[in-house]
Design a protein around this ligand. Structure first.
Ligand SMILES: Cc1cc2nc3c(=O)[nH]c(=O)nc-3n(C[C@H](O)[C@H](O)[C@H](O)COP(=O)(O)OP(=O)(O)OC[C@H]3O[C@@H](n4cnc5c(N)ncnc54)[C@H](O)[C@@H]3O)c2cc1C
Length: 402
């Protein structure tokens, strides 16, 4: 067992850390206050190669492994959750799905420009009436010659007004007895006639990011844009979540680290009862718990990343990582505010933003309740993964750099 990071991994970490410190820290508070995604974010993530970090060079990516993606997410979210959300949807829920399920034509048309950062991608599963209960969605796609006619509404979609295409899941085969076999996945360009979209304002967190809605009204989508076979939409969506949850979990570890570092700084400088508050044992207890959760979360995402590199199924491990790290990041941010006292309650310090940002991750990409059902299901023998062809292709440096 080798827990050490390679020189390349450390280089990737440092590159993202430098970018965040120099370019994002100065603008993030204002972006959060004004609830706008700063126009530099997506182009800079693209220019730095971050949007294609773990994709093969022949598709415009950087050729790094899947562990690098986790490291990037940790660094991005240590700065602001809205940055990591970009990686969750553009890479975790979309690009990796095209790598896994797309044919060569789709990889050329969609994956390559988004790996280069020329185009941005999003993921549309949630609808106004359906979130966790995916198979009950209302969106439909009806075959019409060489096209499909897509109708439906997607809600709570990250990058809704920024992305150039959406991985859209809709019902194509209502006649099939198992609802899980009735769905299909499509890559829909947002400039297609009939696509409308807008932003959602007034969110609790991720205010420096973009969240919105996307609707399709009789949108004509070429059959060549269907990802996988008809009826594979549910399976594809679940495989997307395996990757998205990995980015959310590793990102949440970054948020724990940010809460820990802010708390240590403050506890070493603020005095109460004649000494630094860090000298008081109840403050130490909070810090100790953050250390524990940071290390635990990190081990969980390193294991998930390792499994991905091996091309092994990791649904269970990724779910555990996501559930643990997101719950823990909320707890860490909450305790960081406590350590900061009243100052933590204002946006003069970052910790109140950390708390607001941490809350959403307990809801998206599987609520904590859904992850508990999954973990209990595995333990009780009610759930097993079987052979669903849901794994990413194993990382092979010669192929990724070839
Ligand atoms: C900031 C943000 C960004 C998002 N980005 C995207 C995106 O890019 N793409 C996308 O498709 N979606 C996105 N979502 C939506 C997100 O994935 C859904 O909100 C999530 O899946 C939960 O669905 P829901 O909100 O409809 O809640 P519901 O599924 O209606 O659940 C409501 C409550 O009931 C509980 N519940 C449901 N079923 C069970 C059960 N069987 N047992 C116990 N409890 C249960 C849930 O845990 C929850 O507490 C985003 C959400 C947010 C907040």
């Amino acid at each position: 067992m080798d827990f050490s990071l390679s020189d390349e991994h450390r280089m990737v970490q440092q590159m993202v850390r430098d970018y965040c410190e120099k370019e994002v820290v100065p603008i993030i508070k204002e972006a959060d206050r004004t609830q706008t995604m700063h126009p530099s974010i997506l182009p800079r993530l693209g220019a730095l190669g971050i949007l294609g970090i773990c994709l093969p060079e022949r598709y415009g990516g950087q050729g790094f492994d899947y562990l690098s993606l986790g490291l990037v997410c940790e660094e991005l979210e240590a700065c602001d959750t809205s940055l990591r959300v970009v990686m969750s949807v553009h890479m975790g829920l979309n690009s990796l799905a095209i790598l896994q399920w797309g044919n060569e034509d789709q990889k050329q048309r969609f994956l390559t420009p988004q790996a280069k950062g020329e185009k941005y991608a999003m993921f549309g599963l949630t609808e106004p009436g359906v979130g966790s209960d995916v198979a009950n969605m209302a969106s439909t796609a009806r075959r019409d010659g060489d096209d499909y006619l897509v109708n439906g509404e997607k809600m709570w979609i990250s990058l809704a007004t920024k992305a150039h295409h959406i991985l859209w899941v809709a019902r194509t085969n209502p006649e099939r007895p198992n609802p899980h076999d009735q769905l299909s996945a499509f890559l829909i360009e947002t400039d297609s006639p009939g696509v409308t979209r807008g932003d959602i304002h007034g969110k609790l967190g991720v205010r420096a990011g973009s969240t919105g809605w996307v609707n399709c009204a009789d949108v004509r989508v070429p059959a060549a844009n269907r990802l996988g076979e008809e009826g594979e939409g549910f399976k594809i969506a679940m495989s997307c979540l395996d990757n998205g949850r990995y980015t959310v979990g590793s990102g949440a570890v970054g948020l724990i680290r940010a809460s820990l570092e802010a708390s240590v700084r403050y506890a070493n400088s603020r005095k109460a009862f004649g000494r630094e508050i860090g000298k008081h044992q109840l403050v130490q207890q909070k810090i100790a718990r953050m250390v524990r959760d940071y290390e635990m979360g990190r081990l969980l995402y390193l294991r998930a990343g390792w499994l991905k590199n091996q091309g092994k199924r990791n649904t269970k491990e990724t779910s555990l990582c996501k559930w643990f790290a997101t719950d823990a990041s909320f707890e860490a941010a909450n305790e960081a505010i406590q350590i900061h006292g009243a100052y933590g309650y204002s946006d003069e310090y970052d910790v109140e933003r950390y708390l607001r940002n941490s809350r959403g991750a307990i809801i998206y990409e599987g609520t904590s309740e859904i992850h508990q059902l999954m973990q209990a299901g595995y333990a009780l023998g009610y759930r097993e993964d079987g052979d669903l062809r849901c794994e990413l292709p194993a990382y092979d440096e010669a192929v990724w750099r070839g």
